[in-house]
Design a protein around this ligand. Sequence first.
Ligand SMILES: [Zn+2]
Length: 359
Amino acid sequence: MTGATAKAMLLVEPQRFSATSFAIPEVEAGGWLAIEATGVSGSDVQIWQGTNRFMRYPLIPGHEIVGRIASVVDEAFNIPIGTRVVVESTIRCGACRRCLSGLHSCAFRKPINAYGRLPSTEPPSLWGGFAEFLYLDPGARLHPISDNIQAPVATFTHALADGFTWTVETPALRAEDSVLILGPGPRGLAALIAAKEAGAGWVGISGLTEDSDRLTLAKELGADMVVDARKADVAGSVADSLGARPEVVLDVTRDDPDAIHTALDLVRSGGTVVIASIKGVRAVNQLFSDIIVLKELNVRGAFGASSAGYHWAAQHLEKDPRLDKLVSHEFPLDEAERAIEAAAGLLGHEELIAVAVTF
Ligand SMILES: [Zn+2]
């Protein structure tokens, strides 16, 4: 790789991309990945908007990465060069207190040791999926994925891994449990798929009018209830469909602090609320914590996916042909900003499911 360069779309500051080239340096450990596709998530939209106040710029966004191993140092990762892999979004140093506690938010690098979230001032700069090459840190976790899957479709492994972690692992979902998902974006749809596969008895999902294509797809994917929260009362719709309150409520809305109220109100007493979305600079107003006490709720914050979640997702992707249509929009690298605008719904919402940058 010596002497090679990588084109990248660098987010210099919120809402200002710059097409840049980085020299690919010699590294002492880890390796390099030739990126094939990178999915665009709601958190990428927030980083672009500047509403995630923990981020430091400049950075190369993109954490839903699929590519082929281009080079490694000393047979790192024990996977042959040329193998197509999904790279877990978060990097684990394995030695910090968070890693030793089994959390996914390693604090070895700031603000967080994760792809698409590290500033490019951190050597060797190439930490994001909106670039031709990615540095494979020795703490990166790779999952081989079949060549038969189109690269953009393979980026959905990331959402599926999150969906599995947040609806099955985190709340310790049991067969026949009921799950309400707030937000029908890629992670909401992935959570629906994972919950159904895990044997959930009922899965409902709520969205807004602009999510109509996603809600239609949710129905096709087996949702027992879909509701447009602009047109119908979510609580009433859940009561009509389920006849009870759900054991688990997952918040994967984007920029919606009110979803916390909905989740706490609608979950069953003794149930679990999983909050997996960043509210950025927006506070949850008028939150009275007594509801958590009096309903004896389990409230969990969730960041990133477990390796078991990725393992499940990579296997599931190969056997579920319904996932082929989940990536609705693809853009080349130099149109990364349009890709983010598309994911944000700023280019129109028609037939919007999930977005990827392809190489
Ligand atoms: Zn760590």
